[in-house]
Design a protein around this ligand. Structure first.
Ligand code: NAD
Ligand code: MLT
Length: 311
């Protein structure tokens, strides 16, 4: 009997590939290339993606044998889960694989914006010794507003507590008692915007959160605020942020994610006080290995009709 076919549409760790190859016929395609993806899904049982492959209703129309879509990461915003459900396709992800890595990256961006690390680095490599230009700010005693106190938001809050920061959070789905246990005070969105010296975004991308931090909200923040978004592009509206930076209503930003990716040019790149990374939030060897092996296991369970636990 022929083995079930698993189509890997983006880079997956060698450990994940090895687990899949033990049981399945593993094929590869570049999921960002639509013309290649659509014919490639025609006879596959499982499809594995990260962020670049848009798994839309059109993909399900081309994939009559498909039984499972697996996302080697956290966010499922590039998978049309409703269309998957209509097509009878199970959707699984690796919800804990990269949360420590993503939290550490958010903190790296926060520190980079506080201390102008990339700017000082770039200037010195150009032969410029600019000490006063890159004077920064301390974290100690400052207020950080965490938007979204979920898996990653909690890890960020716990780590920032070690910097002696006051931590507030906006997340209407979290109990105040749970937040208090973490030393976090839950507040409304407006209070978070007005009080924070740093804001770090850890929300999923949903119709509710898209543009949540827009022009109106950016007119409520302190002009000294530094904003980090290592969650999803568009939660902080890019045009509104660009304007706020131009008008000096925001002191800096650290951005890992963009409304459209890949993003190699943006008005935001032209601000000296904006630090950017190309969606590196999950990019550590440890996280990629965990994501690869977690999705390989979930695909194996799903294809054999077994219960897939929330890894
Ligand atoms: P999570 O689901 O554990 O936490 C999200 C939190 O947001 C939850 O507590 C939820 O209650 C809250 N929330 C949802 N809607 C809200 C709203 N409208 N207002 C306020 N709070 C709301 O998710 P997570 O694992 O912590 O991931 C957070 C984000 O980070 C996701 O967008 C994920 O895709 C992204 N992420 C990015 C990278 C990267 O490479 N940059 C890596 C991993 C995860
Ligand atoms: C995720 O949602 O897990 C991250 O954005 C990382 C990734 O896309 O690989």
């Amino acid at each position: 009997m022929s083995k079930p076919v698993v189509l890997v549409a983006e880079e997956l760790s060698p450990a994940g590939i090895a687990e899949l190859e033990a049981d399945f016929d593993v094929r590869h395609v570049d999921g960002s290339d639509r013309a290649a993806l659509l014919p490639a899904v025609a006879d596959v049982d499982a499809l594995i993606v990260r962020s670049a492959t848009k798994v839309t209703a059109e993909v399900f129309q081309h994939a009559s044998k498909l039984r499972v879509v697996a996302r080697a990461g956290v966010g499922l915003d590039n998978v049309d889960v409703e269309a998957a459900t209509k097509a009878g396709v199970m959707v699984v992800n690796a919800p804990t694989s990269n949360i420590v890595t993503a939290a550490e990256h958010a903190i790296a961006l926060l520190l980079a914006t506080a201390r102008n690390v990339p700017q000082g680095h770039a200037a010195l490599k150009q032969g410029e010794w600019k000490r006063s230009k890159y004077t920064g700010v301390e974290l100690q005693g400052k207020t950080v507003g965490v938007l979204g106190l979920g898996r990653i938001g909690v890890l960020v809050a716990q780590r920032l507590a070690a910097f002696d920061m006051n931590i507030i959070a906006y997340d209407p789905y979290v109990q105040a008692a749970r937040a208090a246990q973490l030393g976090v005070r839950l507040v409304g969105l407006e209070e978070l915007l007005r009080e924070s010296d740093f804001i770090t975004v850890h929300l999923p991308k949903t119709p509710e959160t898209l543009g949540l931090i827009g022009d109106r909200e950016l007119r409520m923040v302190k002009p000294s605020v530094r904003i980090v978004n290592a969650a999803r592009g568009g939660i902080v509206d890019e045009a509104a942020l660009d304007l706020a930076l131009k008008e000096g209503r925001v002191a800096g930003a650290g951005l890992d994610v963009f409304s459209t990716e890949p993003c190699t040019d943006s008005p935001l790149f032209h601000h000296d006080n904006v630090v950017v990374t190309p969606h590196l939030g999950a990019s550590t060897h440890e996280a990629q290995e965990k994501a690869g092996t977690q999705v390989a296991r979930s695909v194996r369970l799903a294809l054999s009709g077994e219960f897939v636990p929330d890894a």
